[in-house]
Design a protein around this ligand. Structure first.
Ligand code: GDP
Ligand code: IMO
Ligand code: MG
Length: 434
């Protein structure tokens, strides 16, 4: 297939960045279509580590076009800082290799501040639900987008109408802030914030639906890079402990302006166990030495906030749901090496809810908190799989584990990842050639 959509099939941090970087060798264009700099993707290339939050992971490859689609919320300060940081690492970013949708929504400092105020208030009182957000202003910015009062990238160029747009935005935010007992924000300070970033941001602006349409027609290969994971999707995730965008594959179309018929192969990035950052239900969470082992061996600390990730067994019921909601064609199974050395491995195949067997996670928050996982147990392996680059390098028990995962989730493994390094990857099916 010509185009490939990469999404996370769990709660994020599945290793999407590494796989997108690996696949981008085969692609011409890499497109982000949702989320913002709440994403944290680590790429390791010849021992050098690159940490990306807002920019598509393809940006580190020379000659590839990186695109930020309209579905993304763009913090201009974070954008500039990330460009500058990557340039220090020798990655050149110019309008030649980065384009940003002119209809993408901006995250302003007031959004970031509001995100923090709400999280703090929820921690110290019963006035809200603490989500454990990344405090990057993602939720508040999407609220303004849906409320039709957001400032968008193109508005930075329209000095005539910008003051009225800021006025409308502040009418809403200052009312909100008065209610929260916070100081009001002046029109001047927002105008100043916007004018200070305009010069750096505007050269990248483009009409992305048009660019993608032209490129698609001339046969370019387009790789869509999802952020977060399907269980963090605003509709399909563990609401309200979710992010504020649709993270499922269908959003690749709406968040970029390319029609869904052209999307092609959907690759679900799937960690060989499960992790979650922030609050919310996690049926297979391990609060014991095995959970600690996975966290240490897998270096499960957030790229964005440095928070410790919660760890647990692989949950096949959750990933089976992701296979359905994303239309996953195949998965990239990552971090298999982290399981090396465990005596036995458990896989959750369904749940018990109030004494009844169920095969999927119910949507209700109360029921999600009550489900108990039903496990099967597999024998582990003692050999190292770190850096394995072919099936022949894997012990028989590891292959059995992979086959069991495939059978339970109902999707085949297309790629297998055995270390953070770009090339420590086993290719089974090339998503671009399928
Ligand atoms: P993303 O948010 O989905 O891109 O994932 P992150 O980059 O936040 O987290 C995945 C982490 O695991 C990163 O530190 C990667 O370098 C690392 N990683 C990716 N694939 C593998 C793998 O197969 N084995 C090991 N040990 N680490 C991996
Ligand atoms: P990548 O792309 C893991 C989580 C936060 C919080 C919830 C809402 O690296 O996989 P938000 O700031 O989005 O409003 O926070 O979503 N979250 C992530 N968890 N990986 C991510 O991105 C995440 N982005 C947001 O921890 O629970
Ligand atoms: Mg991450």
């Amino acid at each position: 297939m010509t185009n490939v959509v990469v999404i996370g099939s769990q709660w994020g941090d599945e290793g999407k960045g590494k796989i997108v970087d690996w696949l981008s060798e085969r692609a011409d264009i890499v497109v982000r279509f949702q989320g913002g700099h709440n994403a944290g993707h680590t790429l390791v290339i010849d021992g050098t580590s690159y940490k990306l939050s807002l920019l598509p992971s393809g940006v580190v490859r020379p000659g590839k076009m990186a695109v930020i689609g309209n579905g993304v919320v763009v913090d201009p300060h974070a954008l500039i800082a990330e460009i500058d940081k990557l340039e220090k690492q020798g990655v050149k970013i110019t309008p030649e290799n980065l384009r940003i949708a002119d209809n993408a929504t901006l995250i302003l400092s007031l959004h970031r501040e509001l995100d923090g105020i709400r999280e703090d208030a929820a921690s110290t009182s019963n006035s809200g639900v603490k989500i454990g957000t990344t405090r990057r202003g993602i939720g508040p910015a999407y609220e303004d987008k849906v409320g039709r009062r957001a400032i968008r990238v193109m508005d930075l160029a329209d000095v005539e109408t910008l003051p009225a747009k800021v006025e409308r935005l502040l009418t809403h935010h200052n009312a909100l802030r008065r209610g929260l007992g916070e100081a009001e924000i002046s029109h001047d300070s927002i105008m100043q914030e916007l004018t200070s970033v305009a010069e750096r941001v505007l050269p990248f602006r483009d009409t992305i639906w048009l660019l993608l349409d032209k490129q698609r027609r001339r046969g370019a290969r387009i790789l869509f890079e999802g952020a977060q994971g399907s269980l963090l999707d605003i509709d399909h995730g563990t609401y309200p402990f979710v992010t504020s965008s649709n993270t499922v594959a269908g959003q690749a179309a709406a968040g970029s302006g390319m029609g869904p018929g052209a999307l092609g192969y959907v690759l679900g990035i799937t960690k060989a166990y499960t992790t979650r950052v922030g609050e919310g239900p996690f049926p297979t969470e391990l609060d014991d030495e095995i959970g600690q082992f996975l966290g240490e061996r897998g270096r499960e600390f957030g790229t964005v906030t440095g928070r410790k990730r919660r760890c647990g067994w692989f949950d096949a019921a959750l990933v089976r749901q992701s296979v359905a909601t994303n239309g996953i064609t195949g998965i990239a199974l990552t971090k298999l090496d982290v399981l090396d050395g465990l005596d036995e491995l458990k896989i959750c195949v369904g749940y018990k809810l109030d004494g009844q067997d169920i095969d999927h996670l119910p949507a209700s928050q109360g029921q999600q908190a009550r489900v108990e996982p039903v496990y099967i147990t597999l024998e582990g392996w003692k050999e190292s799989t770190v850096g394995a680059r072919s099936w022949a390098d894997l012990p028989a028990q590891a292959i059995k584990y992979v086959r069991q995962v495939e059978a339970l989730i109902g999707a085949p493994v297309a790629l297998l990842s055995t270390s953070p390094e770009r090339d420590d990857t086993i290719l089974v099916t090339d998503p671009f050639e399928d």
